[in-house]
Design a protein around this ligand. Structure first.
Ligand code: CP3
Length: 340
């Protein structure tokens, strides 16, 4: 299993390849399954359907890893934040009035209510070829708080950020609760057979520098420690998106095996300055794949040059956009394979 070997430090494992949002709306076979489902959350919690779409990009592109079809917002769903997805609007939730505006008791039923995620992992692991890794994942507390505070996606994260300054103690209590939920969700997936775990902190870059330790770095450390305390040994990839030079402090302190690099970070700088034993993942601009042709090939040249001589998981800097032509993904996949 190339991805796992790489993350365990095998320098001869070669480059591994998978893509964030590899199962998603750019694939016609995904759209046709999606069209049958009443809503997105019941889709995520339907093990047979989740399994089916998880394998679609593997069947089409023969990638090295599958990521279980699910969503980071299953935790706010468990916390009864009234999660729904309306076409063209992204996720919507009931906005929280204050950081403790939540029923903490609800996380006691996590293993029960989110058992379909474990079932989907078991089903997928059974069918996925043994040389391919299955990735389980969760969202980091800060990114979850942005959606829960604001009631959906946000441009400036004004409410969640105001809590970091003006309601710090309560916000830390909310973080502890979410850390526990994230640990339990990751453990559930690892025990069901996930080979690698990934922690998405998509909006980490919005946390002010002075607060990064408290709300990005320390939560990631506590989550990894909590998962390890449960006897889980699978490699962990962190993706604290948007940290820029803050990646140095993150990499220095957080005991992860892989680190996702977004497309706004200079990959040559990352390769030169981040610890040698950390496997870097990234960082093609998803819009360069949507553009295709010469711009996509130039992006590929840039990435391969930056990563020469270093362990690398080829990936995007963020997920595919829905209008990505499938033939561009096929071409990119072939080029990455040809060029090692
Ligand atoms: O293929 C994969 O990457 C695995 C599945 C996966 C999904 N979401 C499926 C999905 C993963 C790993 C996620 C993570 C996720 N979800 C993140 C972290 C990564 C990132 O993109 O920053 C975040 C922030 C979310 C929250 C979320 N879920 C948003 C903002 C949206 C709307 C996106 C949009 O463009 O409308 C979703 C919905 C979602 N999650 C879709 C998919 C395939 C599309 C919804 C649909 O099919 O209708």
């Amino acid at each position: 299993m190339q991805l796992v070997n790489l993350l365990k430090g095998d320098k001869n494992a070669g480059r591994a390849l998978w893509f964030m949002r590899q199962a998603g709306r750019y694939l016609p076979e995904y759209r046709s399954v999606r069209a049958e489902m009443p809503d997105f959350i019941s889709f995520c919690l339907n093990p047979e359907k989740a399994f089916e779409v998880t394998l679609q990009p593997i069947e089409r592109f023969d990638l090295d890893a599958a990521i279980i079809f699910s969503d980071i917002l299953t935790i706010p769903w468990l916390l009864e934040r009234n999660l729904r997805f309306e076409a063209g609007r992204g996720p919507l939730l009931d906005a929280m009035d204050h950081p403790l505006d939540i029923n903490a008791q609800l996380i006691t039923s996590l293993e029960d209510k989110l058992s379909p995620v474990g079932d989907a992992v078991r089903l997928t692991r059974k069918k996925l070829s043994t040389d391919k890794a299955l990735i389980g994942f969760a969202g980091a507390p800060w990114t979850l708080v942005t959606y829960m505070a604001e009631g959906g996606s946000s441009r400036d994260f004004a409410k969640a950020k105001s809590w970091l300054w003006s309601a710090r103690a309560q916000t830390k209590a909310l973080f502890s609760l979410l850390e526990e939920a994230v640990i339990r969700l990751l453990v559930l997936q690892a025990r069901a057979g996930a080979d690698v775990l990934m922690l998405f902190d998509s909006w980490a870059g919005a946390v002010p520098d002075a607060l990064r330790e408290d709300f990005v770095i320390n939560p990631a450390i506590r989550i990894i420690d909590g998962v390890r305390d449960q006897g889980i040994a699978q490699p962990i990839i962190c993706f604290p998106k948007g940290l820029g030079e803050g990646l140095l402090g993150f990499a220095d302190q957080v005991p992860c095996q892989g680190l996702g690099i977004d497309q706004h970070t200079n990959l040559a700088w990352a390769a030169e300055n981040l610890p040698e034993n950390l496997v870097l993942q990234g960082n093609m601009d998803p819009l360069a794949v949507a553009a295709g042709g010469a711009p996509m090939r130039a992006e590929l040249d840039r990435i391969l040059a930056a990563m020469a001589g270093r362990s690398h998981i080829f990936n995007l800097g963020h997920g595919f956009v829905p209008h990505t032509p499938v033939e561009n993904v096929a071409e990119l996949t072939q080029l990455v394979r040809e060029r090692g």
